[in-house]
Design a protein around this ligand. Structure first.
Ligand SMILES: [Mn+2]
Length: 304
């Protein structure tokens, strides 16, 4: 990494059912992120947190009638528009934006800020597909929709704050997926998104899968945006996440994924977000500390 890193916290929890991920940015900072980045020679500036509305006293359905259900959509829009602006500003200043979530709905903002100036691929590390639309979602929670939003699927098509036309579906590669809703399976089949499940990792190994995923995400595009949902990891390694699912990536597999991505495509990387750390469910902040380690790996940290 040849650019100074600028941190932006997004203490967002409106996209998820359970409270707690709004404390993710604090937990990750407390885990020593800035020191770790500085120890590998990266200048690190902390731009503080974006302001996020509190859910108390708000009606989640006030704006959820987008041909379906999307809770707190107006508030989510406000935060994601602001985040997209921040990511754009940071990139234009020559720095590298590292975004700390918050629930995964914030990826709508990171993705739009990543792709404002050119075609952008996405490497999406997650237990879930996050490709529901307001029409297919079983929960109405927007943290299950950011991939669909960025691709303009279903009712997201006409929403310019959500849909990022510079992100082609054929350059979206997902890794680690192990639970999909019915509508998500359909969306994955009907779009050009490439989804590598945990079964693919079992059969072919993390190295082969991540190399292929990075090739898919970077083919013919200017930029690569990497989105790391901490539930990509097995809950034994990362218990403090919004929506844990058994059978995830091991500690070493997660590091290998980050290291390989950096080695193959670090120079195309234009933004990284690390999301869904939930300190209420964590054990002595270990998930946040792991998030720091993995962010460092993604930005060039190596064992030797
Ligand atoms: Mn996710």
């Amino acid at each position: 990494m040849d650019r100074p890193v600028e941190l932006v916290g997004v203490p967002m929890d409106l996209g998820a059912d359970r409270r707690g991920v709004d404390m993710g940015p604090s937990a990750i900072r407390y885990g020593g992120l800035a020191d770790q980045l500085e120890s590998i020679g990266l200048a690190c500036r902390d731009g503080g947190d974006l302001t996020v509305p509190r859910p108390e006293g708000r009606d989640p359905d006030a704006s959820g009638q987008l041909g379906g259900t999307a809770k707190y959509l107006t508030e989510t829009r406000t935060v994601c528009e602001r985040l997209a602006e921040r990511v754009t500003e940071i990139r234009e200043s020559g720095n590298f934006p590292l975004i700390l979530g918050g629930d995964h709905s914030i990826a709508i903002g990171t993705g739009n800020g990543s792709s404002h100036d050119g075609s952008t691929g996405v490497l999406w590390l997650d237990a879930h597909g996050d490709i529901n639309t307001p029409e297919t979602t079983p929960s109405g929670n927007v943290h299950g929709m950011p991939v669909a939003a960025l691709l303009g699927l279903g009712p997201f098509e006409g929403l310019s704050w959500a849909h990022a036309p510079e992100i082609p579906a054929e350059n979206v590669a997902q890794v680690g997926i192990r639970t999909l809703d019915e509508g998500e399976e359909t969306a994955i089949r009907e779009t050009d998104v490439t989804t590598y499940t945990m079964t693919d990792i079992d059969e072919r190994g993390i190295t082969t899968v991540v190399e292929e995923a990075v090739d898919v995400a970077t083919a013919g595009v200017d930029n690569l945006y990497v989105s790391l949902d901490m539930d990509f990891l097995d809950p034994d390694e990362a218990p403090g996440v919004g929506t844990p699912v058994r059978g995830g990536a091991s500690y070493r597999e997660a590091h290998a994924a980050m290291e390989l991505m950096y080695e193959k495509a670090g120079e195309k990387m234009c933004a990284l977000d690390v999301v869904e750390v939930n300190p209420i469910l964590d054990e002595h902040n270990r998930t946040a500390e792991l998030a720091c380690e993995l962010a460092a790996s993604a930005l060039g940290d190596q064992i030797l």
